[in-house]
Design a protein. Structure first.
Length: 174
């Protein structure tokens, strides 16, 4: 009797992983939404490139790079998260299957996410540096200072994540 209850409870818990599937479908939709903003920014950049300053063009390109990194991060989270927490994605030996697909564990996903966040933060910081002008007020300087502090927090967090994973990996070997 108790074993039957235990088995039923474990089966329910195991099947509950599918509750996460709508989250990943929502992330797929967010990739489409991001694409709309990417296309809008690209169109704006293309139609104003002649009249824009060099700095404005560079900032526009950095915005496109930023969005492409966010899109790539979303796909990585969608693929890896789905495979880690829900079910393996069965596409056989499709020639376009990414090499990392099915090989990224939670630890690897965590490092890839923090790496992408650091890159996105660095691009945002670079955009801010490109936008520095001679008559910056105290609010602009304060905003830039906080962006640097936040970026460095991401960098330090990434280093700590990598160190923790290295320690955990060394512990598993012994």
């Amino acid at each position: 009797m108790l074993e039957k209850i235990e088995h039923s409870m474990e089966a329910t818990i195991f099947k509950s992983r599918w509750i996460l599937a709508p989250f990943y479908l929502g992330l797929v939709l967010s990739v489409f939404l991001l694409f709309i903003k990417f296309a809008q920014e690209l169109w704006h950049l293309a139609t104003h490139v002649v009249s824009a300053s060099e700095a404005d063009v560079i900032v526009g390109i950095l915005a496109l790079v930023d969005m492409s990194l966010v899109g790539s991060l979303l796909l990585m989270i969608i693929f890896s998260g789905y495979e880690i927490f829900i079910s393996k994605i069965d596409i056989g030996d499709h020639k376009d299957r990414p090499d990392w697909m099915g090989k990224v564990d939670f630890s690897g996903l965590k490092l890839k996410v923090i790496g992408a966040i650091v890159a996105i933060s660095a691009i945002d910081l670079l955009k801010s540096f490109m936008d520095i002008h001679e008559n910056m007020n105290d609010a602009d300087v304060n905003s830039l200072k906080w962006k640097v502090i936040i970026h460095m927090t991401f960098v330090v967090s990434g280093v700590f994540f990598a160190i923790m994973d290295k320690i955990a990996g060394d512990t598993k070997k012994h």
